[in-house]
Design a protein around this ligand. Sequence first.
Ligand code: NAD
Length: 447
Amino acid sequence: MKNKKTEDFNPFLNVHQQFDQASAHIIGLKRGLLDFLKFSKQTISFCFPIEMDDGSIKSFHGFRVIHNQILGPGKGGIRFHPEVTELEVRALAALMTWKCALVNVPFGGAKGGVICDPKLLSKSELRRITRRFITELGDNIGPYTDIPAPDLYTNEQTMAWIYDTYNAFHHGNNNLPVVTGKPLNIGGSAGRTEATGLGCFYATQHFLETTRITQIKSLKGARVVIQGLGNVGSVVARLFHKAGAHIIAVSDSQGGIYHNNHQGLDINAVFEYKRQHGTVVGLPGTETVTNENLLLLECDILIPAALGNQIHANNADSVKTKLLIEAANGPVTADADKILSAKNIPVLPDILANAGGVTVSYFEWVQNIENEHWSLSDINQKLKSRMNQAVDEVVHQWQKTGDSSLNNPKETQSQKPKAADVDLRTAALVVAIDRLAKVTLERGIWP
Ligand code: NAD
């Protein structure tokens, strides 16, 4: 039996490694400027008590991190999950900074989280946790300072409570822009719920159309595996299916299902079964597969859309996809990145692939400030154009500095890569860091 490799899953270390690798490709940035762009601006961490439905009292730990506000107010989701850590929140806040810079929205990066297990909490307990967390944050959030959004196990309802709580303490203002991802009739935007999945779909489609990944020419007929069927994964599954892809395996927290016939899974039946049983596992006519093995299935496109650190030093070598799309944040570790790169498996990185959510969050914020409601077609058109432009910029950077002939052995032989260590993630980070560095210097180092 092979020895297991030990890998540090510290997500903060992961994003710092990614930053260092990318910033080495940008000539002439001073050390102090790089440090400013790399480290978080502010971390708030606190503990608060909640009275539970049974009358007991439980303490919860929450975090909110602003990584950088050079381009505008902090922006980032709030997650409720038992495995939330301060380091994870700091890493995710940094990813938000790069993501916003990459899709050119005038926001900085932020993130929040509460250590809790929403599956074990009632709706009223979740409401009390949300209200208390937001009250503790006080004026650290605000429409022009730091704007939360949904993330793992938080949703429109959570965002409505956040708005309502903030509004209770800030009467007389238009407070709608303090949070995005709100329900439609409380200032939410058309298309926000689907935006991350739709942005992921647009980015994948445009990437396939504009690059030389010749083994997959389009989504039509592509065999796709999706880990996670939440907000993001379920939209991705529906859109890829509609575009003619064959979804051969999907999973949720309880496990996965697999059906490798010509058409793949019957997606409508998958969602109906999940609606009735709370999981996809057990859908008649499918094979059950563990979440670990699902990631190793042979396919054309693998889409992790659940948690971080899913593909790591110990399983990356067994991944058998032709293209990996990071719909989730941080699903591929730094060690796995190197292994996938050596296997010529391109990874469309999270800061590009899931940037659709923050893009439409920005549209929601603008609509709230202007008291406007844009149509869904208008929003999706704007989203598509931003995602395509970001893909073009990343691919251009990749072609300039890296190996853009992945998956195509003939081209690899005839056009030697200039820098084999430059993957799509590095290219995306180079675009983002370069943009942030320029804006920081244009604004001038104060005083
Ligand atoms: P969600 O809470 O709606 O869904 C999470 C899904 O993951 C659920 O289907 C759950 O069953 C599944 N899951 C949980 N543990 C799992 C496991 N061990 N194996 C397989 N599946 C598991 O969350 P979401 O909003 O869809 O977010 C998913 C990912 O996308 C997260 O990494 C999040 O940070 C990222 N993301 C979300 C948005 C957004 O707009 N919601 C935007 C950008 C990035």
